[in-house]
Design a binder for this molecule. Sequence first.
Ligand code: MLC
Ligand code: AMP
Length: 489
Amino acid sequence: MNIYARFETAFRRAPDTAALICPEGEDWTYARLLAEINRAGAALAAWGVGVGDRVLVQAEKTPEAVAVYLACVKSGAVYVPINTAYTKPEVEYFIADCQPALFVASRRFDADVTVAVLDDDGAGSYWRGAAAAPVLAVDRADDDLAAIIYTSGTTGRPKGAMLTHGNLISNVEVLCAAWGWREDDVLLHALPIFHVHGLFVALHCAFFNATPVILQKRFDVAALVEELPRATVLMGVPTFYTRLLNHASFDATSCRNMRVFISGSAPLTEQTSAAFEQRTGLRILERYGMSETLMNTSNPLAGERVAGTVGFALPGIAVRVTDDDGHELPRGEVGNIELRGPNVFKGYWQRPERTAEEFRADGFFVTGDLGTMDGEGRLTIVGRAKDLVISGGYNVYPKEVEALLDEMPEVVESAVIGVPHPDFGEAVVAVVVADDGVDQARVDRFLGQRLARYKHPKRVVRVDELPRNAMGKVQKHVLRETYADVLET
Ligand code: MLC
Ligand code: AMP
């Protein structure tokens, strides 16, 4: 079934309920949202988007962008959201890879693809010729694609994880039950809507129940604290929680109506968890997910939430910890986290070999995360087999940054690592073998038009040589230890 049909059934039952509460603009009821989805659907049709066509979207977080997302899914198109921070060369890669029928952008974009400008009422605008006639949701099978979410691997460029209607439906059903979603819940939404956390976890839970969403354009801690009293649920990355704790007026009173604070996308430290509980009396509920699999495990809503763990496998999802041959390890041992279930994606867009490499013969997906499971089935993530930095919940692939640094004429070689950062949990540092002239400013200038800002090294360290093992491989763990303190200010 088309997941949108499930949303629409809920929306129709609650036409007068606030859907999107916009502190910086006009609020939309669910009746208004339905009308805007029809308008966006008509616009998609006018732009020639058909069933199965990819719609690439790099848009600011607005109610209109939400309507475009829902209209894409409704019309059977495949929604492909990308980070608003990406530079032109990064966007061009996604255009070439997913071959969209339409690129919906917040601003004008000069490329060899049809571009609809979302926030511009002039010529070339997204809404051109869009009559708001209602149309039915296009029938979709569970196995049909709803979205492609780009994520990088350990090698090469970003790969598109193909998520189906069945993946999305099964996950939102499981999450609404696990987190006890209520008719009177109000979601405070400060995450970006181009990743699974903000889009398929947060928005879907609210839309499935047609409950209100306070849609904040971006994360701003003061604005968040201001809105908290009228919310019941917040979903965030750990940086949200450390910033809340650093905000003087955040206390138990701000949380008086809060039912649950949920954290994910990056490790929540036990320290943050304890400090949060001490300040508010509430224990953050941590869960674990990925672009390829949506949500996999969660601490319980009722029952003990153990800090430092990501809880139990969600219903219907099998989680195991294995050795490198895929054999399940005894409880308590550390190994690869593998998963199987209706939440697991269909494969990487147009990369069957890469897809095959990441699945076991019995259908388990190898996540690249390392973990251990206790006797009760609680999972703890202890590290990553993949070379990946998670900074403030954004993934940065060292290979991508290294490849660009190595293009600098003054750089002989480079190694990019993640080191502890007080705000982002972990952040990017580049260790380079290079001429004297290479410093932070020079690197920033070089990467400027080529790489999204959040991927830029927060510190560039110049060395004479990189540590290598007997095989000649750069020993990143040595670098991580050596430079562990460089960002702890
Ligand atoms: C912003 N900057 C970052 C950064 N975010 N640097 C490193 N890591 C980050 N995460 C940099 C900008 O480039 C800029 O640099 C400066 O910080 C200020 O930018 P900003 O946009 O004003 O930052 P801010 O709004 O404070 O953003 C921080 C943040 C944001 C934590 C709110 O990063 C965020 O929303 N993160 C959530 C990401 C997310 O949704 N992840 C889910 C992935 S899904 P300069 O140099 O220009 O000053 C997933 C699966 C799952 O992982 O399990 O959920
Ligand atoms: P992404 O590819 O952006 O979807 O990021 C997914 C990765 O985020 C996972 O493979 C984990 O490494 C990490 N992740 C998600 N949730 C958690 C969590 N609660 N604790 C630690 N890491 C997490």
